[in-house]
Design a protein. Structure first.
Length: 123
C-alpha cells in the first residue's frame, strides 16, 4: 500500500472511529454540535455502522491491504456521507456543520481517486 494511501486511510479510519463513538458515548454533546435529532436509536445505529467502517479501514491500513473491496468501502462510504450531508444541509433539514463534514469526505475521495488514476509505480 503506497504511503499516501496509508496516510489518507489512517485519517479517514480515525475520523470515522472518533465520530462514530462520540454519539454513543455522549449524545448530548454530539447534538450540541450537530443539531438535535429526532430518533436517538437511528443516530446510534448510524454511529455503530460508522465505527465498523472505521475499524475495517484501520484493519486494512494495519495489514497494508489496498484491495478493490477496501477501495470501494473507503471511497463509497465517503461519497455516501458527502451526498447525504450536502442534500440535507442545503435543504435546511440538518445543521450546516454537516457541510464541513462533506468537504472532508470529498477530500478523502479526491485524494484516493487521484492515487487510483495515477500510473502504476514501477516494481
Amino acid at each position: 500500500m503506497p504511503r499516501i494511501v496509508r496516510l489518507v486511510l489512517t485519517v479517514q479510519a480515525m475520523y470515522y472511529l472518533v465520530t462514530g463513538v462520540w454519539p454513543i458515548l455522549h449524545l448530548a454533546s454530539f447534538e450540541a454540535v450537530s443539531g438535535p435529532k429526532t430518533d436517538d436509536w437511528l443516530v446510534r445505529m448510524v454511529a455503530l455502522l460508522v465505527v465498523v467502517i472505521g475499524a475495517t479501514l484501520w484493519t486494512a491500513v494495519r495489514r497494508r491491504t489496498w484491495t478493490r473491496e477496501v477501495q470501494v468501502l473507503a471511497i463509497g462510504s465517503a461519497l455516501a456521507f458527502a451526498a447525504i450531508d450536502i442534500r440535507y444541509a442545503v435543504a435546511g433539514r440538518i445543521s450546516p456543520i454537516y457541510l464541513a463534514d462533506a468537504g472532508l469526505e470529498l477530500a478523502f475521495v479526491a485524494l484516493l481517486l487521484t492515487y487510483l488514476a495515477a500510473p502504476a509505480e514501477p516494481s
